[in-house]
Ligand binder design. Structure first.
Ligand SMILES: [Zn+2]
Length: 123
């Protein structure tokens, strides 16, 4: 999962070994799968785990503001950022359409203190 987005890097926590690490945006790309779905493959963790962040149409969150909802917003924001920067795989089509920007007021509402799942945490 990703825990934060800061400038040109993201904070990642491995779902297998729980280790945290920083990943540079220049090392990852968006791949579009169809007109509404895209994935970002995170670099392989030292433990061997490979994680994919998926952007897709989804229903209203069951728990607005919960960790699942806010993680998904970070994933969507990351996809939009990469697409806008042209960091997309050669086989991707219309990446900026597939990965639109998350509405500013939504980001401002759920991330008033920056793009971190755990605001105020010094990790
Ligand atoms: Zn790991």
């Amino acid at each position: 999962m990703i825990e934060s987005i800061e400038g040109d890097r993201i904070g990642v926590r491995c779902v297998e070994c729980r280790e945290s690490r920083a990943v540079e945006l220049r090392g990852i790309e968006v791949r579009t799968l169809n007109s509404a779905t895209a994935v970002v493959a995170l670099p392989t963790c030292a433990c061997g785990a490979v994680e994919f962040l998926v952007r897709a149409m989804r229903p209203e969150p069951e728990e607005p503001g919960g960790t699942t909802h806010r993680h998904q917003l970070l994933v969507d924001h990351l996809h939009a950022t990469l697409a806008r920067q042209g960091r997309v795989t050669p086989d991707s089509k219309d990446a900026e359409k597939v990965c639109p920007e998350v509405a500013r007021d939504v980001l401002a509402r759920w991330f008033p203190d920056g793009f971190s799942l755990w605001p105020g945490d010094a990790r």
